[in-house]
Design a protein around this ligand. Structure first.
Ligand code: MD3
Ligand code: FE
Length: 202
C-alpha cells in the first residue's frame, strides 16, 4: 500500500480494516485492564486531558518530577507486553530490522486534546514513530521542527496509520480535538491512539 505524504510524514488512510481494528482493540483492552490509563500530572501540577498507559519494556510517565520513560509503572509493576496484533502493524510499515520498545496508549474521552509538542525523549531518532488511530475522528496538526513554522491539519480516522520518520520525526504536532461519537468502534465512544517507539539506543 502506498502512503500519502503529509508534512513529511507517511499517512496510510484506512490501512487497518474493521477486523484488524477490532482485534487490536480487544488486545489493548487486556493491556488497559492490567495497567489502567491515568491522567498524569505535569511538573506544574496540571492534569493532562488524555488518559495514558503503556506496553513494552518502558512506558511514558509524568509526575511532579517531570516526564520520562520508566521501566516500571508508577505502582512499581512492569508494563504489559506489546500485543502481536500491534507489532504486526509496525512490521508492515517499518519492517523487521528492529521492533519498538514501547507502545504508548492514549485514550481521548470527550473534550480531550493534546497540545503542540515534540517527541524527543527517545534515545534514537533514526527510527520512526508509528501512530495507529482507533475510534473517533481526531484533528491532527503537524508543524515544522521549529515551533513558529506553519502547521497543517488533517482529520485522522479509525484505521489510519501514520509513520513519522525523517524530518517529521522531530516536528511539532498535537491533537486539537476529537469528533466525539463519530465512530462506533469503541464502546462508550472516544479515541484510542497507539504510538510505537524505539526508546532504547541500539
Ligand atoms: C510526530 N499522540 O503520544 S499521534 C504522542 O494522536 C502524540 O494521540 C498524538 O503525539 C495522538 O506523543 C499524535 C501522531 C504522532 C505521534 C508521534 C510523533 C506524531 C508525531 C512523533 C514525532 C512527530
Ligand atoms: Fe507526540
Amino acid at each position: 500500500m502506498k502512503p500519502v505524504k503529509f508534512q513529511g510524514a507517511d499517512l496510510y488512510p484506512a490501512l487497518l480494516d474493521e477486523a484488524a481494528q477490532k482485534e487490536i482493540v480487544a488486545d489493548i483492552r487486556a493491556v488497559t485492564e492490567a495497567a489502567p490509563p491515568q491522567r498524569f500530572e505535569t511538573r506544574r501540577g496540571r492534569r493532562l486531558s488524555v488518559a495514558m498507559t503503556s506496553a513494552g519494556r518502558v512506558g511514558w510517565i509524568s509526575d511532579r518530577a517531570g516526564y520520562r520513560y520508566a521501566p516500571t509503572r508508577p505502582d512499581g509493576r512492569p508494563w504489559p507486553e506489546i500485543p502481536d496484533s500491534v507489532l504486526a502493524v509496525w512490521r508492515r510499515v517499518v519492517g523487521e530490522d528492529r521492533l519498538p520498545d514501547s507502545c504508548l496508549v492514549n485514550f481521548y474521552a470527550e473534550g480531550a486534546r493534546m497540545g503542540l509538542h515534540q517527541d524527543r525523549d527517545e534515545g534514537d531518532f533514526s527510527w520512526p514513530v508509528v501512530s495507529i488511530s482507533l475510534g473517533d475522528d481526531a484533528l491532527f496538526r503537524v508543524g515544522g521542527v521549529e515551533r513558529p513554522a506553519p502547521s497543517r491539519s488533517v482529520w485522522l480516522r479509525s484505521g489510519d496509520v501514520v509513520v513519522l520518520g525523517g524530518a517529521s520525526r522531530l516536528a511539532f504536532h498535537g491533537i486539537d480535538r476529537i469528533r466525539f461519537g463519530s465512530s462506533r468502534l469503541l464502546e462508550g465512544g472516544g479515541r484510542l491512539n497507539l504510538t510505537l517507539r524505539v526508546v532504547e539506543r541500539a
